[in-house]
Each structure stands twice: as C-alpha cells, then as structure tokens.
Design a protein around this ligand. Structure first.
Ligand code: PMP
Length: 355
C-alpha cells in the first residue's frame, strides 16, 4: 500500500462481492440478479437517451426519476433520495451516522457490507445473533432487552437467509426505538416480503432502502433509492452534495424511469421468479436439503450429510456458480439465486448427479 495514503487504508477489510465471471455459458446463481433481463422498454428508453444531451451534466436532483419512484411507491418526491445502486444509498446513510455517540445495531448474519462501511467510516456497531432457526427476533431490537441503539439496520427479507419479518413486526421495532433511525433494506422485498414504505408517513425515524437491481433486473444500471420523512431525506441530500452532486447519469435515469413505468413486465417476471423459487425449493427438498423459507429471489439451503464448500466446488466444475460463505453458523449453507426454469433444472440435475 502506498505510503502516501492514510495508514487507515491499509487496515480496511473490504467487502468481497460475489464473483462476476467473464466466462460465457455459466449458470450464474451466485449474486441474486434477476434471470429475465430488463423490460424491452428500458432498452428503448436508454437508446433514445443516447444523444447530444450527453455533453450536459444530468439533473443534480434527479427530479424525473424521483417523481417516477414516488408515483410507484405512493409517496411524495420530496421523500425520495436516489443513488448509484442501493450500496451507494447505504454509503450515504452510514456517512450520515458518522460520529454517532451510540453504536449501530444489526444482525450477526446479514448483508456483509454493513460492517465494511462501519470499518471504513469508523462507526461503532454491535451485532445481534439470529435465532437458532435464523430469524431476526424483534425483541432483540427493543431497548427493553438490548438497551438503546444509536441506529438499527437490517434487510427485510434478510440476506443471505431469505427469511422475512412481517410489516407488523418491523413496525414494532420502529415504534419501539423512537430515538434511533431504523433503516430497513428492502432490496429483495418484491419477491414476497411486505414493504413498510407506507409507514414512513407515520414514523419520522424510519428509512426504507430499495433497489432496481433485483426485481427490475437492472443490477448493471446502478439505481437505488431511500424513502423516508423529509428531515431524514434532507440529511442524506446534504451528505450527497458533499460527495457527488450528479449520482444518476442521463442513461440510467431514462432506463430506470422506463422500468418503473412498465408495471406489466415487472409483475410478470417477478411472479415467474416466485414460482421458480417454489419449484426449486421442492426440488432441493426432494434431494434431502433443508431449505429456509425464502421471501427473496434466492434460497438458503444445507444438506445434512454433504459439505457445502465441496458441493459449491462440484457445481462449479459443472459450470454452475452458487454462493458459499465461510462464516460461522452458515458455512454449511449454499445461497442459490433463483434462475430461469431451465437454469433451476440444470442446478437440480447437477446436484442429483453429485449427491
Ligand atoms: N442490500 C442487500 C441486502 C443486498 O443483498 C444488496 C446486493 N448485494 C444490496 C443492498 C445492494 O444492491 P445494489 O447496490 O445493486 O442496489
């Protein structure tokens, strides 16, 4: 590491994203992308936006996109904050928590970017173990059991488990922590979770983060957003304007608006994923796997007698990539994204051969 950078840079433990292989013809079930690709209307809108206007900076406040998001989720545009994927939105959220005097609280098994951001920004945090059956226990997030938190964040559905809390359970956490911001990361909510966006009008401490990467099949375009009360959004805008005034480029904005407006395509492809998830779950169970109930576009499964790392390697030899985490308690699980029907069939066929 260069001696010209801060010594802190050498101590960071960066997030390791799932592999993005360059090879073709792989069955890629490792990073929870949507298997069906974006709506054709998205591609038309991006092509139409490829013109001389690209010489101009985009709208710094992304008004058109924020209006489209607001109309889709039923809030006012002033309640919407946008960024380059929800990872960047989350980066702004974590920056807005800098120098907080109480720790940020999140599950021990969750999206592994959270501790990474804390490390980068020097934010104190504490993790709360999931229950024996890998659920978030609402009581663990209430001050009566755990004391006051500086802030709380969790995905709902959680990743990599896929297990979801009901909206009523999330509301208990929000209502029970009026002095802490509660950030609900709804990256996977459209595949069977219950969104709490509607609650943002009632709770000034609730911030909901969503993405177009998963259910809108636009992981490559990088658009995510947060919805919350005006005061929370104003804080995020202040952080953004100290960091990157033009996060959403013209092409991404055009594509994202078209994706949000094509509700028919969204519904159809999202339902297709949900149906494939049921069939994939049943197929895995028939092969002896224990599969956690999933409300996301992936399943989390373990086999009682087969080593998960070995299974992942054997699948890879057959050109199928799934995710394996070397983390205590979950190192015998595989996280498998729901692919097309054909991809799910290839996965189950390969596993039947291996087992
Ligand atoms: N939150 C969770 C829980 C995720 O799994 C992911 C995807 N890795 C993200 C946020 C970030 O997604 P994106 O930046 O593509 O919106």
């Amino acid at each position: 590491m260069s001696r010209f950078w801060s010594p802190v840079v050498g101590t960071l433990s960066p997030y390791v994203p799932g592999e993005q292989p360059k090879l073709q013809n792989l069955v890629k079930l490792n990073t929870n992308e949507h298997p069906y690709g974006p709506s054709p209307k998205v591609l038309d809108a991006i092509r139409a936006a490829c013109d001389d206007a690209l010489k101009l900076y985009p709208d710094p406040s992304s008004d058109r996109l924020r209006q489209a998001i607001a109309a889709t989720v039923g809030v006012q545009p002033g309640q919407v904050f946008v960024g380059n994927g929800s990872d960047e939105v989350l980066a702004h959220v974590f920056l807005a928590l800098l120098k907080h005097d109480r720790p940020l609280r999140f599950p021990d098994i969750t999206y592994s970017f959270y501790p990474v951001y804390c490390g980068l920004y020097g934010i104190q945090y504490e993790t709360v173990p999931l229950t024996a059956d890998f659920r978030i226990d609402v009581e663990d997030y209430l001050p009566a059991r755990s004391g006051p938190a500086g802030a709380i964040i969790f995905p709902n559905p959680n990743a990599p488990t896929g297990r979801a809390l009901t909206a009523a359970e999330v509301e208990r956490i929000v209502a029970g922590n009026p002095d802490a911001v509660v950030v609900v990361d709804e990256a996977y909510v459209d595949f069977g979770g219950e969104s709490v966006i509607a609650l943002t009008s009632r709770y000034d401490n609730l911030l909901v983060v969503q993405t177009l990467s998963k259910s809108r099949s636009l992981a490559g375009l990088r658009v995510g957003f947060a919805v919350g009360g005006a005061a929370l959004i104003e804080g995020l805008e202040r952080v953004k304007n100290s960091f990157n005034s033009y996060p959403i480029d013209r092409l991404a904005s055009a594509g994202a608006v078209a994706a949000l407006e094509d509700t028919e395509y969204f519904e159809r492809t999202r339902q297709a994923v949900i149906e494939s998830r049921s069939r994939m779950t049943a197929g895995l169970q028939a092969l002896g796997f224990e599969v956690l109930p999933s409300s996301a576009n992936f399943v989390f499964a373990r086999h009682p007698s087969q080593d998960a790392a070995g299974l992942a390697a054997a699948l890879r030899e057959r050109s199928i990539i799934v995710r394996h985490f070397r983390q205590p308690r979950i190192d015998q699980f595989l996280r498998i994204s729901v692919g097309t029907e054909a991809e799910c069939g290839l996965l189950l066929g390969a596993l039947a051969e291996i087992l």
